[in-house]
Design a protein around this ligand. Structure first.
Ligand SMILES: Cc1cc2nc3c(=O)[nH]c(=O)nc-3n(C[C@H](O)[C@H](O)[C@H](O)COP(=O)(O)OP(=O)(O)OC[C@H]3O[C@@H](n4cnc5c(N)ncnc54)[C@H](O)[C@@H]3O)c2cc1C
Length: 435
C-alpha cells in the first residue's frame, strides 16, 4: 500500500465544460462504486506498443530522461500525479508542480530530478493517446450517465447504497439509519483498510451533484457539503484568502480531490482543519432529512470528541459562512511536523476587529488543544477592550496557555502544544500590528 502502484491513480470525469477533467486520487481510499461513471487510468495505461516498440508517455519519458525514476513503489504514483498535472496545466509554475507532487514521497533519488522531469513534460501542451480517445470516452461516460438511478448494491455481507440526487440520498438515509455515510471516504476508508473494520451498510454521497455547490448570496458564502476540498481550495484562492491559507496545507491534492467540506465537519475531529476557521467565522451547518431541515451554528453542532448533533435520518447539505465586514482581520495557522500531507499538532484561527487601536471583538479558535476545536473564551474576554499592543498580546499568551489542557501523544507533547498555541497569538499580533 506504500508509494505508487496500489495508490496513485487518475480518474477522468465529465467536467463542467463538458470535456474530461483528470484528477489524481489514492485508490486505497476508494470504495469500488465510487469510480462509477469515471474513466479509471492506472500506470499500466500510459505506455503502449507500436510496431513492437514500447512508446512511453511524455511524463514517463521525461522522468527517464532526468534519471528521476526510483524503486518500483514510488515511481508509479509519482508518474500518475505528473500525468494529472500534464492533462490539466500547461507550463506550470514551480509552486504548481510542488503542489501536484506533494502527496508522493520519494526516498531514493530525491526530488530535484523529478521536479525537472515535470517541468519538461508539462512545458507545452502535449498530445497523447488520451487526447485521441477523449471523444470516445466522453460518449461512453454520457451513456453511463443516462442510467444513473439510485443503486442498492448487495455484496458479500455488505450493502452499498449509491444515490444520485439529494432526494434519493435522504430516502436511503431514512430507510437505512444504520448505514455509515461516506462522501470522499478519506476518513472512513482508513477504518476499513487499516483497522479492518467491515461496514455492513454504506451510504455513498459522492455521486450527488446537488451537494457539490458553491455560491455567494446575502452576504454569505454557501459551501455544499459534497464539494471536494480541492475545488474549495481553488475557489478560496480567489475569494476567501483566510480559508485558502488552511486548505493549501490540508493533506495533499490526491486527498483534497476526494475529501469534502461536509466530511471534515462531520468527523468533529480535534484536528479537523476547517473547523477552527468555520467556528471563528460563525458558520452554520445546514441539515436535511425527509421530514424537514434545520440550521445549527457550528459551535453547537460539534458536541464532543468526534461527536455531533447529527440525527440518524439527517445529512449535512450545506455550510453557510457570513462574509466578514471590511476591516476584520483573520489569521489562520497550522503547526505540524511536516508542511505537506500532515495533520495538525495545533492550529489556530484569530479574527480581530479593532477601533482606534483598541480590540473591539476577537474570536480565537484552536484545534489540537482539546477534545474538539474550541473557542478560547477566557482569552477573548481578557483581550476585548484592551489596546492592541505587544504587551497585551504577551499577557494574553499566558491566559491562553492556562485555558487549555492539551494532551501528549505521538505527534507532540502537551508542553509543546501549549507553547505553540501562545506563540501563534504573538505571531498573529506581529503580522497585524497596525490593523
Ligand atoms: C493521508 C491523509 C491526510 C489527511 N490530512 C488531513 C488534514 O491535513 N487535515 C484534516 O482536517 N484532515 C485530514 N485528513 C482527514 C480527512 O481527509 C478529512 O477529515 C476529510 O475532510 C474527510 O472528508 P471525506 O469527504 O473524505 O469524509 P468521509 O470519510 O466520507 O466521512 C467522514 C465522516 O463524515 C460523515 N459524513 C460525510 N459526509 C457527510 C454528510 N454530507 N452528512 C453527514 N455526515 C457526513 C461520515 O459519516 C464520516 O463520519 C487526512 C486523511 C488522510 C487519509
Amino acid at each position: 500500500m506504500r508509494g505508487g502502484r496500489l495508490r496513485g491513480i487518475v480518474l477522468a470525469e465529465i467536467g463542467p465544460t463538458g470535456s474530461l477533467r483528470y484528477k489524481a486520487v489514492n485508490s486505497c481510499l476508494l470504495f469500488l462504486p465510487m469510480i462509477h461513471g469515471k474513466q479509471l487510468i492506472t500506470i499500466e495505461n500510459l505506455a503502449y506498443q507500436k510496431d513492437g516498440e514500447l512508446i512511453l508517455h511524455p511524463v514517463q519519458q521525461a522522468l527517464a530522461d532526468h534519471y528521476g525514476s526510483q524503486c518500483g513503489y514510488c515511481t508509479p504514483g509519482m508518474i500518475m500525479s505528473m500525468f494529472a498535472l500534464f492533462k490539466n496545466v500547461v507550463d506550470p509554475t514551480e509552486e504548481e508542480i510542488r503542489t501536484a507532487l506533494a502527496g508522493n514521497l520519494c526516498r531514493c533519488t530525491g526530488y530535484r530530478s523529478i521536479y525537472q522531469a515535470a517541468l519538461q513534460a508539462c512545458s507545452q501542451e502535449g498530445e497523447d493517446l488520451f487526447n485521441e480517445k477523449e471523444d470516445a470516452v466522453l460518449q461512453q461516460l454520457y451513456h453511463i450517465r443516462q442510467w444513473n438511478r439510485a443503486m442498492n448494491l448487495k455484496g458479500k455481507g455488505q450493502q452499498y447504497l449509491l444515490p444520485f440526487t439529494l432526494e434519493e440520498a435522504l430516502s436511503f438515509r431514512k430507510a437505512y439509519p444504520e448505514a455509515i455515510v461516506i462522501n470522499g471516504a478519506t476518513d472512513i476508508a482508513i477504518r476499513q483498510n487499516k483497522q479492518y473494520e467491515y461496514f455492513p451498510f454504506l451510504l455513498d454521497l459522492s455521486q450527488v451533484d446537488d451537494l457539490k455547490i458553491f455560491y455567494e448570496d446575502h452576504g454569505h458564502w454557501f459551501i455544499g457539503a459534497g464539494l471536494a476540498l480541492e475545488e474549495l481550495t481553488a475557489i478560496s484562492n480567489d475569494r476567501i484568502p483566510s480559508l485558502y491559507d488552511i486548505l493549501k496545507v490540508f493533506a495533499s491534492r490526491q486527498i483534497r480531490n476526494a475529501a469534502t467540506a461536509g466530511g471534515n465537519v462531520a468527523t468533529a475531529s480535534p484536528i479537523g482543519d476547517t473547523l477552527p476557521w468555520l467556528m471563528a467565522m460563525e458558520a452554520n451547518v445546514h441539515l436535511h432529512s425527509e421530514s424537514g431541515s434545520r440550521v445549527v451554528p457550528i459551535e453547537q453542532f460539534i458536541t464532543g470528541y468526534r461527536s455531533t448533533g447529527l440525527k440518524e435520518d439527517e445529512l449535512i447539505t450545506l455550510l453557510s459562512v457570513p462574509k466578514p465586514e471590511s476591516g476584520v482581520i483573520t489569521g489562520c495557522y497550522k503547526v505540524s511536523n511536516r508542511r505537506d500531507v500532515d495533520i495538525s499538532n495545533v492550529s489556530g484561527v484569530f479574527r480581530l476587529t479593532t477601533a482606534e487601536g483598541t480590540i473591539k471583538k476577537i474570536r480565537i479558535v484552536l484545534g489540537g488543544m482539546a477534545a474538539y476545536p474550541r473557542r478560547a473564551l477566557k482569552t477573548e474576554s481578557f483581550l476585548e477592550g484592551r489596546e492592541w499592543s505587544r504587551s497585551t498580546a504577551e499577557a494574553a499568551m499566558k491566559v491562553l496557555r492556562e485555558e487549555y489542557q492539551p494532551i501528549t501523544d505521538a505527534r507532540s507533547s502537551a508542553l509543546a502544544r501549549s507553547l505553540a498555541a501562545g506563540n501563534l497569538l504573538l505571531k498573529f499580533w506581529s503580522e497585524n500590528q497596525h490593523p
